[in-house]
Every structure is written in C-alpha cells, then in structure tokens.
Design a protein around this ligand. Sequence first.
Ligand code: SF4
Ligand code: SF4
Length: 243
Amino acid sequence: MEGHPYGYNIPISEKTKEVPWEEKVRVYEEVKSDFRFKEFLFGCLNCGVCTASCPSNRFFDYSPREIVQRFLEEDVEVIYDMMHEYIWACSQCFTCWIRCPFVNNPGGLVIIMREVAVRNAFEATKDLLKPYGRVLLKVMTTGNQLSADMLQPDFFPDWGPKMQDNMENVRAKRMAIPFDVGKSVKTAWEVSLETAIEMYTIWRETGIFEMLEKLDPNLYNVIMDIVEENEERWEELLEEEEE
Ligand code: SF4
Ligand code: SF4
C-alpha cells in the first residue's frame, strides 16, 4: 500500500525514495538541532485542534498534526519527504500554535524545515520558489515587497463586500498616520542607504546570501550587483565624512 500506515496519505515520492538513508538522517538531525526546535514541540494529545483550525488544511492535503506526530515518532522517511513539497502548503498564520493545548508550534516547525530545505537546495524547493524571484528581489534589496496601497479589494474579491466600505477613503486614513509605515509603493520601496547596509549585514551574517546562491544563482547575481553597488556608495560616503 502506498502512503504512511498512520495517516500521511501522500505517497513517498520516487525521488525521495532513492535518497540514501544516511542522507535523510543527516537532514532530519539538521532540523532537530535547530535551537528553536525544543521550543516548538512539547508533546501531543493527537487532538487534531491544530489541523481543524488550519486554513491550509481546508485547501490542501496538509495537516500540522501529521507533522507533529511524525516528529514524535522520529519518522525520518516521512519527515524527509514532507520537506520537499508538503511543508510549502503552510500559510504561516500560527493559528495552530495559538490553539494547541500543548503550546506546540507546528507552523514554527515548518519554518525550520523550510530553512533546512532551502539550505540544502532541494530541487523541489528550487522549483517551488522559482515564481517568487521578484518577491525575493524586493525583500532582499528593500526589506519589503508589499505596501499598503497595493492591497486593493478589487484584487481580492474573496474579502467580501464589507471590505469595499472599509477601504473608502483609505488613502486619506493611511496618510493621517503620523509616521511612515510604508503607506505607498514609493515610500515602502524607498530605503535609506544606511538601512540597506544594515539589512545586507544581516543577510550576510545569517547565511541568507549563501542560501540564495545555492537556490537561484541567477537571482543571487542580480541581487549581489545591487548590494555591491550600494556597499561601494556607502564606503565612499564614509570616506567623504572622514575627510
Ligand atoms: S501556521 Fe501553518 S500549519 Fe499552523 S495553522 Fe497556519 S497554515 Fe496551518
Ligand atoms: S493541537 Fe497540539 S496536541 Fe492537538 S494534535 Fe495538534 S499539535 Fe497535537
């Protein structure tokens, strides 16, 4: 019978079946050695509250309870398989965390699994993230990819009719906020050189650039051109200030 005897009803993919056991254990240990792991998993009643509350569960064959259970069973095979496509169904809303009687954080476990998947440059991860190149470019160079004025109810009919009323005069309401909260595309995507340099330092020190290079070398080159240009400008500014 395909699938997992205790409920993971997605067949283990042929590609992950071929991966040597030692490699799966290595990846599994990489996830478990993350310092956050112990803060995200305490035990499980198997009550299913997390899955019942999970918005992604409504649309996909995806269950946070499954993830928690597989970790508690130390099911290396299934966890490794989940890390290829399954985990990308999570929308990171953390309702599971808020509602779990054990205060487990399945969404947090997904964060760790995704980070490890990216660090290991799984082919499935590369394919899944390909359409998000533009989002990554904006986030990594400006720290932001969405601005308030990009969220228009016309683009999201599923928000319902009430949203149209709420959005009336929304621009005036946003402009009344007395500090800049990225109210428009212009201000949200404009970042001071100093802030940009701090951001690049974070990306560099936390290994994000390295992860990106493995994931998408072309995008990495485009982003590094922008980063290096800004870093040069910053150096010049500092030198000018010293003179
Ligand atoms: S964080 Fe992920 S797993 Fe948890 S409820 Fe939200 S979508 Fe589901
Ligand atoms: S809500 Fe918590 S205890 Fe219940 S199944 Fe989910 S992870 Fe387990």
